[in-house]
Every structure is written in C-alpha cells, then in structure tokens.
Design a protein around this ligand. Sequence first.
Ligand SMILES: [Zn+2]
Length: 215
Amino acid sequence: MTCPSYHPPDEMLMAYGTGSLDEASSLLIATHLTLCRRCRIEVERIEAMGGGLLDSLAPESLSEGALARVMTRLDGPPARSRPPQTAAVAGMPAPLWPYIAGGVDALPWRRVGPGIQQVFVASGPIARARMLRVAPGVVIPQHGHAAGEMTMVLRGGFADAGQTFEIGDIEVAGPETIHRPASDPEEGCLCLAVTDGPLRLTGLLGRLLNPFLDL
Ligand SMILES: [Zn+2]
C-alpha cells in the first residue's frame, strides 16, 4: 500500500494524540492513521511524550480526583470509546465502521447537486463529519469556506489546483481557500469531510447550489 502524500496539520495530530480532539475530527484522524504509517508514528511519539509527562509528575502533586480526570482524558474522546465489536464494513477503514453500519450503499444519501451526494455521519458542537459521494468526472462548483474543512479520500480520488488526492490523502481548506475540485474521471470519489464552519459557495452555480448543501 502506498502511503498518502497529504497529511493532517501537525496541530490536529497533537490534539488527537493528547485526546483533546472533538469526535468528528477524531474520526477523520483515526481513519487516516489506518492508512498512513508516517502519521501513526507521529501520534505514537506524541502519546509517549504525554505518558512521559504524566510519569514525571510526583504522585502527591495530583489529587485523586485530578488523576482520575487525567486518566479519563487519556482514554480519549467518545470516538475512541465506542464499542469495538461493530461489524466490519468491507473495503472501509475500521474507525468508520460504527458510523456506517450496514454498509456505504445503505446510508441515507441525499443528493446535493448533479452527481453529488452526502450523508452526515457524526455531528458535534465543534465540527461535523459527512461522507461525500461524487460521480466520475464531476466538477464541484467553485466555493469558499467560512472556517476550516478537511477532506479525505476513501475511494477513487479528486484533483484540485494541480494536485491529485488519492486514498488516505487529506485536502485542508481554510477561510482563504476558494477552489473547484474535480472527481476522478473513471472512479469518481468517496470522501470523508470534516467541517468546522459553514461552507460558502461562490460563483453563479455555487450560489444556486448553496441552499441545497445545508451547511
Ligand atoms: Zn499521514
């Protein structure tokens, strides 16, 4: 398996490794880690660093309650404390299984534009995770982002601004990003996207499509 070329921002890996990331973002990072050895090593390093810090604290410097809270914190966010005995979903990374039980095709997909479908899989007060299914050769109308979005390829791929994103690759878009991604002409694209702010579509088609995106 080839390693992904585009990775999550370092601060996301740091937040994940210290158990302080929200559920939707944790889902995306955990899924990326199953596909990316480089980031797995980095998270292991961060976790070891966190464990070392905890060990270096004298026991009497933490009250019993504080220690329990720290230990709970180290157990990670809800995304990682879900029951692990979820049935496997063929062809999909394990962290996604609890969110897509029954399989990708059985999800309540909603059409949001020509050749574009989406379904929300995890919503929280900070960020929301959705899956996007784009038919082959579809160009997503030019759009901007009011906040941040990370989009990771699960199947197929897409091209954007001269870069090609394949399985495991993450495109990070911020408030300054205005782009027009195009799905793979043969395979289309299945993506996991985490948005921490509303999407803002620009251009005429974008403005027409905007009400349907419900973001
Ligand atoms: Zn990576």
